[in-house]
Design a protein around this ligand. Structure first.
Ligand code: 5CA
Ligand code: ZN
Length: 409
Protein backbone atom coordinates (compact mmCIF):
# COMPACT_ATOMS: atom_id res chain seq x y z
CA UNK A 1 0.00 0.00 0.00
CA UNK A 2 1.17 3.55 -0.43
CA UNK A 3 1.56 5.64 2.72
CA UNK A 4 1.28 9.44 2.69
CA UNK A 5 3.61 12.31 1.82
CA UNK A 6 6.29 13.34 4.30
CA UNK A 7 6.55 16.91 5.48
CA UNK A 8 10.12 18.14 5.46
CA UNK A 9 12.06 17.92 8.73
CA UNK A 10 14.44 20.87 9.13
CA UNK A 11 17.94 20.10 10.39
CA UNK A 12 18.85 21.74 13.69
CA UNK A 13 22.21 23.02 14.90
CA UNK A 14 24.10 20.98 17.49
CA UNK A 15 23.54 17.38 18.40
CA UNK A 16 20.38 15.41 19.07
CA UNK A 17 20.02 13.24 22.16
CA UNK A 18 19.55 9.51 22.55
CA UNK A 19 16.05 8.48 23.48
CA UNK A 20 15.21 7.12 26.90
CA UNK A 21 11.83 5.46 26.81
CA UNK A 22 9.52 3.56 29.11
CA UNK A 23 9.44 -0.13 28.20
CA UNK A 24 6.31 -2.02 29.22
CA UNK A 25 8.19 -5.34 29.34
CA UNK A 26 10.86 -4.30 31.84
CA UNK A 27 8.55 -1.74 33.45
CA UNK A 28 11.11 1.03 33.47
CA UNK A 29 12.92 3.55 31.34
CA UNK A 30 15.62 2.24 29.05
CA UNK A 31 18.08 4.07 26.82
CA UNK A 32 17.85 2.85 23.27
CA UNK A 33 21.00 2.62 21.21
CA UNK A 34 19.62 1.88 17.78
CA UNK A 35 22.75 2.16 15.62
CA UNK A 36 22.69 4.11 12.35
CA UNK A 37 19.27 2.79 11.33
CA UNK A 38 16.59 2.77 14.01
CA UNK A 39 13.80 0.23 13.48
CA UNK A 40 10.23 0.71 14.65
CA UNK A 41 6.94 -1.08 14.09
CA UNK A 42 3.74 0.74 15.02
CA UNK A 43 0.40 -1.03 14.85
CA UNK A 44 -1.88 0.65 12.34
CA UNK A 45 -5.62 1.23 12.25
CA UNK A 46 -8.43 -1.16 11.66
CA UNK A 47 -10.03 0.98 8.97
CA UNK A 48 -13.71 1.20 9.71
CA UNK A 49 -13.94 4.54 11.53
CA UNK A 50 -10.85 6.68 11.08
CA UNK A 51 -9.18 8.77 12.53
CA UNK A 52 -10.28 9.70 16.03
CA UNK A 53 -8.30 11.76 18.51
CA UNK A 54 -7.21 8.61 20.38
CA UNK A 55 -5.60 7.23 17.23
CA UNK A 56 -4.01 10.60 16.53
CA UNK A 57 -2.57 10.78 20.06
CA UNK A 58 -0.99 7.36 19.74
CA UNK A 59 0.53 8.09 16.32
CA UNK A 60 1.74 11.43 17.64
CA UNK A 61 3.78 9.62 20.31
CA UNK A 62 5.57 7.48 17.73
CA UNK A 63 6.03 10.43 15.42
CA UNK A 64 7.98 12.07 18.24
CA UNK A 65 10.15 8.95 18.49
CA UNK A 66 11.01 9.33 14.80
CA UNK A 67 11.77 13.01 15.20
CA UNK A 68 14.10 12.41 18.15
CA UNK A 69 15.95 9.75 16.17
CA UNK A 70 16.14 11.90 13.02
CA UNK A 71 17.61 14.69 15.14
CA UNK A 72 20.45 12.33 16.09
CA UNK A 73 21.14 12.00 12.33
CA UNK A 74 19.98 8.41 12.29
CA UNK A 75 17.87 6.94 9.57
CA UNK A 76 14.54 5.57 10.71
CA UNK A 77 13.06 2.41 9.30
CA UNK A 78 9.40 2.66 10.18
CA UNK A 79 6.78 0.01 9.40
CA UNK A 80 3.05 0.28 9.98
CA UNK A 81 0.22 -2.07 9.07
CA UNK A 82 -3.43 -1.67 8.19
CA UNK A 83 -5.71 -4.34 9.64
CA UNK A 84 -7.79 -4.35 6.49
CA UNK A 85 -9.64 -7.59 7.20
CA UNK A 86 -10.94 -8.30 10.69
CA UNK A 87 -14.18 -9.17 12.53
CA UNK A 88 -15.16 -5.60 13.50
CA UNK A 89 -14.50 -4.32 9.98
CA UNK A 90 -16.59 -7.10 8.42
CA UNK A 91 -19.36 -6.55 10.98
CA UNK A 92 -19.47 -2.82 10.28
CA UNK A 93 -19.57 -3.37 6.50
CA UNK A 94 -22.40 -5.86 6.93
CA UNK A 95 -24.34 -3.55 9.28
CA UNK A 96 -24.13 -0.63 6.87
CA UNK A 97 -24.58 -2.66 3.69
CA UNK A 98 -21.14 -1.72 2.35
CA UNK A 99 -18.53 -3.77 0.60
CA UNK A 100 -15.83 -4.43 3.23
CA UNK A 101 -12.96 -3.69 0.84
CA UNK A 102 -14.48 -0.34 -0.10
CA UNK A 103 -15.03 0.54 3.54
CA UNK A 104 -11.39 -0.29 4.33
CA UNK A 105 -10.08 1.67 1.36
CA UNK A 106 -12.20 4.71 2.13
CA UNK A 107 -11.22 4.85 5.80
CA UNK A 108 -7.55 4.21 5.03
CA UNK A 109 -7.63 7.09 2.53
CA UNK A 110 -9.11 9.34 5.19
CA UNK A 111 -6.45 8.23 7.67
CA UNK A 112 -3.72 9.15 5.18
CA UNK A 113 -5.25 12.61 4.76
CA UNK A 114 -5.44 13.11 8.51
CA UNK A 115 -1.87 11.94 9.05
CA UNK A 116 -0.67 14.30 6.33
CA UNK A 117 -2.59 17.22 7.80
CA UNK A 118 -1.18 16.49 11.26
CA UNK A 119 2.35 16.26 9.80
CA UNK A 120 2.93 12.73 11.04
CA UNK A 121 5.94 11.32 9.22
CA UNK A 122 4.92 8.34 7.07
CA UNK A 123 6.22 4.78 7.44
CA UNK A 124 8.56 3.50 4.73
CA UNK A 125 6.44 0.36 4.51
CA UNK A 126 2.69 0.66 4.89
CA UNK A 127 1.35 -2.86 4.61
CA UNK A 128 -2.18 -4.20 4.57
CA UNK A 129 -2.98 -7.48 6.30
CA UNK A 130 -4.56 -8.76 3.08
CA UNK A 131 -1.42 -8.15 1.05
CA UNK A 132 0.62 -9.90 3.77
CA UNK A 133 -1.38 -13.16 3.63
CA UNK A 134 1.01 -15.00 1.24
CA UNK A 135 3.79 -14.41 3.80
CA UNK A 136 1.64 -15.36 6.78
CA UNK A 137 0.62 -18.84 5.60
CA UNK A 138 4.15 -20.34 5.68
CA UNK A 139 4.75 -18.89 9.16
CA UNK A 140 1.64 -20.59 10.51
CA UNK A 141 2.66 -23.83 8.80
CA UNK A 142 6.08 -23.58 10.41
CA UNK A 143 4.61 -23.03 13.87
CA UNK A 144 2.30 -25.99 13.39
CA UNK A 145 5.11 -28.23 12.08
CA UNK A 146 7.27 -27.26 15.07
CA UNK A 147 4.51 -28.30 17.48
CA UNK A 148 3.83 -24.72 18.61
CA UNK A 149 0.38 -24.67 16.99
CA UNK A 150 -2.53 -27.06 16.80
CA UNK A 151 -5.76 -27.50 14.92
CA UNK A 152 -9.25 -27.23 16.36
CA UNK A 153 -12.13 -27.89 13.97
CA UNK A 154 -10.13 -26.55 11.06
CA UNK A 155 -8.90 -23.41 12.90
CA UNK A 156 -5.25 -23.24 13.92
CA UNK A 157 -4.24 -22.00 17.38
CA UNK A 158 -0.88 -20.91 18.75
CA UNK A 159 0.16 -22.63 21.94
CA UNK A 160 1.28 -19.93 24.37
CA UNK A 161 3.14 -22.56 26.36
CA UNK A 162 5.59 -22.98 23.48
CA UNK A 163 7.21 -19.65 24.40
CA UNK A 164 9.15 -19.67 27.69
CA UNK A 165 8.99 -15.86 27.67
CA UNK A 166 5.20 -15.71 27.32
CA UNK A 167 3.78 -13.11 29.71
CA UNK A 168 6.93 -11.01 29.73
CA UNK A 169 5.60 -8.13 27.65
CA UNK A 170 2.49 -7.22 29.63
CA UNK A 171 3.45 -8.67 33.05
CA UNK A 172 -0.15 -9.53 33.87
CA UNK A 173 -1.40 -12.36 36.03
CA UNK A 174 -3.37 -15.24 34.53
CA UNK A 175 -6.75 -13.90 35.57
CA UNK A 176 -6.16 -10.45 34.10
CA UNK A 177 -4.94 -12.05 30.88
CA UNK A 178 -8.04 -14.16 30.64
CA UNK A 179 -10.36 -11.19 31.10
CA UNK A 180 -8.52 -9.06 28.56
CA UNK A 181 -8.35 -11.93 26.11
CA UNK A 182 -12.16 -12.18 26.16
CA UNK A 183 -12.50 -8.40 25.78
CA UNK A 184 -9.99 -7.95 23.00
CA UNK A 185 -10.71 -10.46 20.28
CA UNK A 186 -9.72 -13.74 21.99
CA UNK A 187 -11.95 -16.74 22.73
CA UNK A 188 -10.81 -18.09 26.11
CA UNK A 189 -14.03 -20.02 26.62
CA UNK A 190 -13.92 -22.04 23.44
CA UNK A 191 -13.89 -25.74 24.38
CA UNK A 192 -11.00 -27.87 23.19
CA UNK A 193 -8.23 -25.29 23.47
CA UNK A 194 -5.04 -26.40 25.20
CA UNK A 195 -4.79 -23.13 27.07
CA UNK A 196 -7.72 -20.68 27.21
CA UNK A 197 -5.36 -17.86 26.19
CA UNK A 198 -4.13 -19.54 22.99
CA UNK A 199 -4.82 -17.12 20.11
CA UNK A 200 -5.92 -18.03 16.63
CA UNK A 201 -3.31 -18.08 13.91
CA UNK A 202 -5.55 -19.14 11.04
CA UNK A 203 -9.33 -19.12 10.94
CA UNK A 204 -10.91 -21.65 8.59
CA UNK A 205 -13.24 -20.05 6.01
CA UNK A 206 -16.68 -19.12 7.39
CA UNK A 207 -19.79 -18.87 5.23
CA UNK A 208 -20.29 -15.40 3.82
CA UNK A 209 -16.85 -14.19 4.90
CA UNK A 210 -13.82 -13.53 2.72
CA UNK A 211 -11.18 -16.25 2.66
CA UNK A 212 -7.84 -16.92 1.02
CA UNK A 213 -5.86 -19.94 -0.08
CA UNK A 214 -3.97 -21.16 2.95
CA UNK A 215 -2.02 -24.04 1.29
CA UNK A 216 -1.91 -26.91 3.79
CA UNK A 217 -3.99 -24.84 6.25
CA UNK A 218 -6.98 -24.84 3.91
CA UNK A 219 -8.95 -21.74 2.93
CA UNK A 220 -9.33 -19.12 5.62
CA UNK A 221 -7.92 -15.88 6.96
CA UNK A 222 -5.15 -15.03 9.38
CA UNK A 223 -5.42 -14.26 13.07
CA UNK A 224 -4.69 -10.71 14.16
CA UNK A 225 -1.36 -11.09 15.96
CA UNK A 226 0.41 -13.14 13.30
CA UNK A 227 -0.42 -10.44 10.74
CA UNK A 228 1.65 -7.82 12.52
CA UNK A 229 4.43 -10.30 13.25
CA UNK A 230 4.70 -11.41 9.62
CA UNK A 231 4.93 -7.79 8.48
CA UNK A 232 7.41 -6.82 11.20
CA UNK A 233 9.71 -9.80 10.60
CA UNK A 234 9.57 -9.33 6.85
CA UNK A 235 10.54 -5.67 6.95
CA UNK A 236 12.49 -5.26 10.19
CA UNK A 237 13.71 -8.68 11.33
CA UNK A 238 14.11 -9.62 15.00
CA UNK A 239 15.44 -7.38 17.73
CA UNK A 240 14.05 -4.16 16.32
CA UNK A 241 14.03 -1.11 18.56
CA UNK A 242 10.39 -0.34 19.30
CA UNK A 243 7.09 -2.14 19.03
CA UNK A 244 4.51 0.57 19.49
CA UNK A 245 0.81 1.07 19.97
CA UNK A 246 -1.80 2.17 22.46
CA UNK A 247 -1.87 0.60 25.92
CA UNK A 248 -4.86 -1.52 24.88
CA UNK A 249 -2.49 -3.46 22.63
CA UNK A 250 -0.04 -4.58 25.33
CA UNK A 251 -2.20 -7.62 25.97
CA UNK A 252 -3.02 -9.73 24.09
CA UNK A 253 -1.76 -8.23 20.84
CA UNK A 254 1.87 -7.40 21.60
CA UNK A 255 2.27 -10.23 24.08
CA UNK A 256 1.09 -12.80 21.52
CA UNK A 257 2.99 -11.17 18.67
CA UNK A 258 6.25 -11.31 20.61
CA UNK A 259 5.65 -14.98 21.42
CA UNK A 260 4.89 -15.86 17.80
CA UNK A 261 8.09 -14.16 16.66
CA UNK A 262 10.25 -15.62 19.42
CA UNK A 263 9.07 -19.18 18.79
CA UNK A 264 9.40 -18.76 15.01
CA UNK A 265 12.99 -17.50 15.16
CA UNK A 266 14.30 -18.94 18.42
CA UNK A 267 15.53 -15.43 19.21
CA UNK A 268 14.64 -13.12 22.09
CA UNK A 269 13.39 -10.44 22.34
CA UNK A 270 11.36 -9.47 19.31
CA UNK A 271 11.67 -5.79 20.22
CA UNK A 272 14.04 -3.95 22.54
CA UNK A 273 11.22 -1.81 23.89
CA UNK A 274 7.45 -2.24 23.95
CA UNK A 275 6.07 1.25 24.09
CA UNK A 276 2.46 2.04 24.88
CA UNK A 277 0.52 5.27 24.66
CA UNK A 278 -2.25 6.08 27.14
CA UNK A 279 -5.91 6.10 26.21
CA UNK A 280 -7.81 9.23 25.28
CA UNK A 281 -11.32 9.41 26.65
CA UNK A 282 -14.43 11.36 25.76
CA UNK A 283 -17.21 11.95 28.32
CA UNK A 284 -15.36 9.79 30.84
CA UNK A 285 -14.93 6.69 28.68
CA UNK A 286 -12.16 5.49 26.39
CA UNK A 287 -12.76 6.82 22.89
CA UNK A 288 -13.50 3.73 20.87
CA UNK A 289 -15.11 2.71 17.64
CA UNK A 290 -17.17 0.08 19.37
CA UNK A 291 -18.60 2.63 21.87
CA UNK A 292 -18.94 5.31 19.22
CA UNK A 293 -17.84 8.19 21.51
CA UNK A 294 -15.52 9.63 18.93
CA UNK A 295 -14.07 12.98 17.93
CA UNK A 296 -12.76 12.68 14.40
CA UNK A 297 -9.71 14.55 13.17
CA UNK A 298 -11.41 14.98 9.79
CA UNK A 299 -14.52 16.49 11.42
CA UNK A 300 -12.39 19.02 13.30
CA UNK A 301 -10.55 19.88 10.10
CA UNK A 302 -13.83 20.32 8.22
CA UNK A 303 -15.00 22.64 10.99
CA UNK A 304 -11.97 24.82 10.24
CA UNK A 305 -9.72 23.79 13.15
CA UNK A 306 -6.06 24.26 12.25
CA UNK A 307 -4.31 20.84 12.27
CA UNK A 308 -1.40 22.50 14.09
CA UNK A 309 -3.79 23.26 16.96
CA UNK A 310 -4.94 19.62 17.04
CA UNK A 311 -1.33 18.58 17.19
CA UNK A 312 -0.62 21.02 20.04
CA UNK A 313 -3.64 19.63 21.91
CA UNK A 314 -2.13 16.14 21.67
CA UNK A 315 1.33 17.36 22.66
CA UNK A 316 -0.03 19.03 25.78
CA UNK A 317 -0.48 15.54 27.30
CA UNK A 318 2.27 13.11 28.18
CA UNK A 319 1.96 10.15 25.83
CA UNK A 320 1.76 7.63 28.69
CA UNK A 321 -1.06 9.42 30.45
CA UNK A 322 -4.72 8.59 30.01
CA UNK A 323 -6.53 11.86 29.36
CA UNK A 324 -9.83 13.33 28.38
CA UNK A 325 -10.60 15.30 25.21
CA UNK A 326 -12.69 18.40 25.93
CA UNK A 327 -13.49 21.66 24.17
CA UNK A 328 -11.16 23.40 26.63
CA UNK A 329 -8.23 21.22 25.56
CA UNK A 330 -8.72 22.41 21.98
CA UNK A 331 -9.33 26.04 22.98
CA UNK A 332 -6.09 26.10 25.00
CA UNK A 333 -4.17 24.63 22.10
CA UNK A 334 -5.60 27.23 19.72
CA UNK A 335 -4.64 30.04 22.11
CA UNK A 336 -1.12 28.62 22.46
CA UNK A 337 -0.75 28.36 18.69
CA UNK A 338 -1.78 32.01 18.31
CA UNK A 339 0.74 33.11 20.99
CA UNK A 340 3.54 31.11 19.40
CA UNK A 341 2.75 32.42 15.92
CA UNK A 342 2.69 36.01 17.14
CA UNK A 343 6.09 35.53 18.80
CA UNK A 344 7.82 34.05 15.75
CA UNK A 345 6.25 36.47 13.29
CA UNK A 346 8.31 39.34 14.67
CA UNK A 347 11.40 40.12 12.58
CA UNK A 348 13.75 40.07 15.55
CA UNK A 349 13.94 38.07 18.71
CA UNK A 350 15.75 36.78 21.74
CA UNK A 351 18.28 33.96 21.26
CA UNK A 352 16.88 30.45 21.08
CA UNK A 353 19.93 28.15 21.33
CA UNK A 354 19.03 27.19 24.89
CA UNK A 355 15.47 26.47 23.82
CA UNK A 356 16.63 23.94 21.22
CA UNK A 357 18.50 22.07 23.95
CA UNK A 358 15.54 22.23 26.34
CA UNK A 359 13.16 20.77 23.78
CA UNK A 360 15.68 18.08 22.89
CA UNK A 361 16.20 17.18 26.54
CA UNK A 362 12.46 17.03 27.24
CA UNK A 363 11.69 14.72 24.33
CA UNK A 364 14.70 12.48 24.91
CA UNK A 365 13.40 11.91 28.43
CA UNK A 366 10.53 9.54 27.64
CA UNK A 367 8.97 11.92 25.11
CA UNK A 368 8.02 14.58 27.64
CA UNK A 369 6.10 16.76 25.19
CA UNK A 370 4.38 18.84 27.91
CA UNK A 371 7.84 19.86 29.19
CA UNK A 372 8.85 20.72 25.63
CA UNK A 373 5.75 22.91 25.25
CA UNK A 374 6.52 24.60 28.56
CA UNK A 375 10.02 25.42 27.32
CA UNK A 376 8.63 26.98 24.14
CA UNK A 377 6.03 28.86 26.22
CA UNK A 378 8.83 30.39 28.32
CA UNK A 379 10.68 31.54 25.21
CA UNK A 380 7.47 32.91 23.71
CA UNK A 381 6.54 34.81 26.90
CA UNK A 382 10.00 36.39 27.12
CA UNK A 383 10.00 37.16 23.42
CA UNK A 384 6.56 38.79 23.60
CA UNK A 385 7.68 40.86 26.61
CA UNK A 386 10.86 42.09 24.86
CA UNK A 387 10.72 45.18 22.70
CA UNK A 388 12.77 44.24 19.72
CA UNK A 389 16.23 45.21 20.92
CA UNK A 390 17.79 41.76 20.38
CA UNK A 391 19.18 40.53 17.14
CA UNK A 392 18.55 36.78 16.88
CA UNK A 393 16.04 35.77 14.20
CA UNK A 394 13.08 33.71 15.45
CA UNK A 395 13.54 31.28 12.54
CA UNK A 396 15.38 28.86 14.79
CA UNK A 397 12.30 28.54 17.01
CA UNK A 398 10.08 27.86 14.01
CA UNK A 399 12.51 25.20 12.81
CA UNK A 400 12.79 23.59 16.24
CA UNK A 401 9.04 23.40 16.74
CA UNK A 402 8.68 22.01 13.23
CA UNK A 403 11.53 19.45 13.39
CA UNK A 404 10.95 18.12 16.91
CA UNK A 405 7.24 18.65 17.52
CA UNK A 406 5.82 18.49 13.99
CA UNK A 407 4.02 21.80 14.44
CA UNK A 408 4.03 24.28 11.55
CA UNK A 409 4.06 27.87 12.82
N1 5CA B 1 -5.36 -2.55 13.85
C1 5CA B 1 -5.12 -2.74 15.25
C2 5CA B 1 -3.66 -2.81 15.57
S1 5CA B 1 -2.80 -4.00 14.62
C3 5CA B 1 -5.79 -1.64 16.07
O1 5CA B 1 -5.67 -1.67 17.27
N2 5CA B 1 -6.45 -0.73 15.36
S2 5CA B 1 -7.28 0.48 16.04
O2 5CA B 1 -7.81 1.23 14.91
O3 5CA B 1 -8.22 -0.03 16.96
O4 5CA B 1 -6.29 1.35 16.82
C4 5CA B 1 -5.18 1.96 16.18
C5 5CA B 1 -4.21 2.48 17.23
O5 5CA B 1 -4.85 3.50 18.00
C6 5CA B 1 -3.77 1.41 18.23
O6 5CA B 1 -2.40 1.61 18.58
C7 5CA B 1 -4.64 1.67 19.44
O7 5CA B 1 -4.03 1.25 20.64
C8 5CA B 1 -4.78 3.18 19.38
N3 5CA B 1 -6.00 3.65 20.04
C9 5CA B 1 -7.28 3.21 19.85
N4 5CA B 1 -8.14 3.88 20.65
C10 5CA B 1 -7.40 4.77 21.36
C11 5CA B 1 -7.70 5.77 22.35
N5 5CA B 1 -8.94 5.98 22.78
N6 5CA B 1 -6.67 6.49 22.86
C12 5CA B 1 -5.40 6.30 22.42
N7 5CA B 1 -5.05 5.40 21.49
C13 5CA B 1 -6.04 4.64 20.95
ZN1 ZN C 1 -0.79 -4.76 15.37
Amino acid sequence: MHAWPASEVPALPGKGRDLQIHDTATQGKITLDPGPVARIYVCGITPYDATHIGHAATYNAFDLVQRVWLDTKRQVHYVQNVTDVDDPLLERALRDGHDWTELAERETALFREDMTALRMLPPQHYIGAVEAIPGIVPLVERLRDAGAAYELDGDVYFSVESDPHFGGVSNLDAQAMRLLSAERGGDPDRPGKKNPLDPMLWMAARDGEPSWDGASLGRGRPGWHIECVAIALDHLGMGFDIQGGGSDLAFPHHEMGASHAQVLTGEFPMAKAYVHAGMVALHGEKMSKSRGNLVFVSALRRAGVDPAAIRLALLAHHYRADWEWTDDVLAEAEARLARWRAAVSRPDGIPADALVEEVRAALADDLDAPAALAAVDRWVDTQNATDGSDTAAPGLVTRTVDALLGVAL
